[in-house]
Design a protein around this ligand. Structure first.
Ligand code: ASP
Length: 341
């Protein structure tokens, strides 16, 4: 497949003739770009203390600056995505790694995936309970196995064999997530719950990066949804649903996973942009604000196009999110305002 940027340079070279030798040697580097999310859902200004908001903002800024430093030093988009997501997994504020939400049984089952758009290589793990950083296990599946998705004990023994860091079940537990489970259980007892999960449980993390060689990578990591059934797997480890990347589009999603799987959200955004020649931003807007809204699927996405332009689109009250395109200049936002022009 000829990607859009390749096609554009092909047309340009037909119009202006072959580049001179000196110009060809000095092929300009792409300006790196990184965009992240920390989950979408019912996030309202009134219900957030100034202290908690500050903690979220500084966790996101720290992840953006660290991920961008990888890109700025000439590192790959894959390295930037993994570095960024590992930091968010280690933070107790997000629903990934430490701080993951609980299943109905009171356990933590983690899902993650990563994709390299330049090679279409991908890796994922689902329903893992012992891996400290599921995103690194997903990358190991991509790079060190012939498979794309490993689940449960099989994924865990694969990662253990490679020496990836493990954690005791207690490591993932936070009081805040436990309380959300208790509230959800209470609603269940009151029989007032119509949805299988509570919005307060959102908080999945994701990153999409473009490196100086023009390669896009995307990744997503989550504990899933509060009160999910033991064994339930959402969209986050499903390539094409929660994560997708190709030559000039990368997407990471967050929201009610069943909808994102059924509507193949991440792939649909890149495919619409490609097949119809529309911008990634427009494709993202269509899928999140029309297709998903009509279907009743709440959530959002972050995306980059081949030029590193970010899209941050959500149909919920808020989405923890951030973007960076020059060193030490992270931008973060939480509520329904404050995105890039
Ligand atoms: N999409 C995730 C899942 O369904 C949850 C989330 O993004 O909050 O597992």
């Amino acid at each position: 497949m000829i990607c859009r940027t390749t096609m554009a340079s092909l047309l340009l070279s037909l119009l202006v003739g072959p580049p001179m030798q000196a110009q060809a040697a000095a092929s300009p580097e792409t300006r790196p770009s990184l965009v992240i999310h920390g989950g979408a859902g019912t996030i309202e200004r009134d219900s957030m203390s100034a202290e908690l908001e500050e903690q979220y903002r500084s966790a996101m800024e720290g992840a953006l600056v660290a991920g961008y430093a990888v890109l700025d030093q000439g590192g790959s988009s894959l390295d930037a995505v993994e570095t960024t997501i590992r930091l968010l997994e280690d933070s107790p504020f997000f629903n990934a790694g430490k701080g993951a939400v609980f299943t109905a049984d009171g356990t933590n089952e983690l899902d993650a995936s990563i994709m390299d758009g330049s090679t279409r290589q991908a890796g994922a793990v689902a329903s893992v309970t012992t891996l400290k950083n599921p995103i690194s296990a997903a990358r190991a599946v991509m790079e060190k196995s012939p498979h794309v998705l490993l689940v449960g004990p099989g994924a865990e023994s694969f990662a253990r064999h490679l020496g990836l860091e493990e954690a005791e079940p207690d490591y993932f537990r936070t009081d805040r997530r436990w309380q959300q489970l208790e509230e959800r259980r209470q609603r269940e007892r009151d029989a007032s719950a119509t949805e299988p999960v509570g919005g307060s449980g959102f908080g999945t993390v994701g990153a999409v990066a473009l490196d100086s060689k023009g390669r896009i990578a995307a990744g997503t990591s989550t504990g899933g949804m509060t009160f999910k059934r033991h064994g339930r797997v959402g969209d986050s480890p499903i390539i094409g649903a929660g994560t997708y990347a190709d030559g000039d589009c990368g997407v990471s999603a967050t929201g009610h996973g069943e909808f994102f799987i059924r509507y193949a959200v991440a792939h649909d955004i890149c495919a619409r942009a490609d097949y119809r020649g529309i911008s990634v931003a427009k494709a993202a807007e269509e899928v999140v604000m029309q297709v998903l809204v009509e279907a009743g699927g709440s959530g959002g996405i972050i995306a980059l196009d081949g030029e590193g332009r970010p899209s941050l689109v959500f149909n919920t009250e808020g989405m923890y999110r951030g973007w960076i395109a020059s060193p030490d200049e992270p931008h973060v936002a939480i509520y329904g305002d404050g995105d890039p022009e």
